[in-house]
Design a protein around this ligand. Structure first.
Ligand SMILES: *Cc1c(COP(=O)(O)O)cnc(C)c1O
Length: 221
């Protein structure tokens, strides 16, 4: 099926409040343009060099989401282009993002990554750890960084019950933070959860931003 058909089908199924980020990692700018012509504007990339190369070929109103693990020494290269950073997993990284985007005179929407999956290798804060980190953080010091919410990945499994439990843990943490540290900060409104295989469960658990690659562009080689 074509990229356009895949997008049409997804958009027909997604609730209106859910932002679809088309994950274009390892796909060409030509394939991205096919999605763009079908109306898609939010694109997600995992590698800084790939984002830098592709932004040369995409229209100026493309909205770039950096969704991969980000090293502090790469933030500077990303600062002129990225609109969103999904996988913030340390305050040192958040502070470097603040510094580099201030230097660029740009704002950036940031999501804090929560670790709920069984896999050891996935990045992010444990829920309890994130609660205490946020409560001891001076949120008013950020000028370029806009803290928009949380991002998470579920375990790599076919077991829907496990996936649902993990997403629900993130949703509950999100709600707790909204009512405590982020009370009075309505920009903290985004829950980025759900990929090609698990987005319906994520949306049922309150996700309002899904990151979908293979269900749009086909399998990656
Ligand atoms: C690759 C990737 C996705 C999209 O995965 P698909 O299974 O192709 O939809 C979503 N989020 C992150 C962080 C990714 O690395």
């Amino acid at each position: 099926m074509s990229i356009e058909t895949n997008l049409l089908q997804l958009n027909a199924q997604l609730p209106a409040n859910v932002v679809l980020v088309a994950v274009s990692k390892k796909k060409s700018a030509a394939e991205m343009m096919e999605a763009y012509r079908a109306g898609q504007r939010h694109f997600g990339e995992n590698y800084v060099q790939e984002l830098l190369a592709k932004q040369l070929h995409m229209p100026a109103d493309t909205i770039w989401h950096f969704i991969g693990h980000l090293q502090r020494n790469k933030v500077k290269q990303l600062a002129p282009f990225a609109h969103w950073v999904h996988a913030v997993d340390s305050i040192r990284l958040l502070d470097e993002i603040e510094k580099q985007f201030v230097l660029c005179g740009r704002q950036v929407q940031c999501l804090l990554q929560v670790h709920v999956a069984r896999e050891e290798t996935k990045f992010g804060w444990e829920p309890d750890e994130l609660l205490s980190v946020i409560h001891s953080l001076d949120l008013s010091k950020y000028r370029a960084v806009v803290l928009r919410g949380l991002m998470a990945m579920a375990s790599f499994t076919d077991d829907t019950a496990t996936i649902r439990l993990e997403f629900m843990q993130v949703q509950s943490l999100f709600n707790r933070l909204k009512e405590s540290a982020f009370a009075g900060r309505p920009q903290f409104d985004t829950l980025s959860m759900g990929m090609s295989s698990d987005w319906p469960v994520a949306v049922q658990c309150g996700s309002n931003m899904v990151r979908i690659g293979s269900a749009i562009f086909g399998e990656r080689t």
